[in-house]
Design a protein around this ligand. Sequence first.
Ligand code: TYD
Length: 227
Amino acid sequence: MPDTTAPIPARFITFEGGEGVGKSTQVKRLLNNLERHNVRAVRTREPGGTPKAEAVRSFILQGRSESWGAGGEAVLFAAARLDHVNQLIAPNLRKGNWVLSDRFHDSTRAYQGLTGGVDEKLIGALETLALNGHNPDLTIILDMDPEAAFKRVAAREVEEGLAETGDRFEKEELDWHKRLRGGFLAIAEANPDRCVVISADQGEDELEAAIWAIVSARFPELGGRTA
Ligand code: TYD
């Protein structure tokens, strides 16, 4: 009989993907599923996760970093990540808590690197600096055709009264999101041991079950642990 009370090694799981694919809902659902299996876990996000990184987040998301260009933004994201890793991710893993992050270093590679044109060598150097050896054990890439994702976001905005119609996206924007999607798929192809691509074009419950199947297959030590 496996000892279901013995501590199991803490794992670091990241979620990645384009906009409107439903990452944050799935991060919450995985956290609940882990807790149901008696696994202590924390949920965090990027950019952000610590006070310093959240300050960088508001600077960037307010559009104040736009004039820095994609290279400058990559450096800002990496600076926020360095603090996030040192102050939140690494200490939690050391304490035995699993860490689930809504976005991490692959976002810099996909947005600023593969889509934004920042040189691969700079992206690689920033990764080495910011990760400080803390590579994710598993990265779940939620993949969706950007047109479908746009429709989903637009429908939500109409539903919440934030927009009147769902057709505010322009072709250029769509092309950019298609390149972004290609960037994440290329990252998955280059890192087959770490990354799993999963279609986000399915219901939330089905997606939750598919993610749980991936996580429990990847970490068989979860098996046999019930709430
Ligand atoms: P957010 O509102 O959290 O978007 P989402 O719900 O899609 O995660 O905003 C984060 C934005 O920052 C998102 O557009 C992706 C972008 N980003 C980068 O460009 N590079 C990065 O390294 C990270 C972590 C995020």
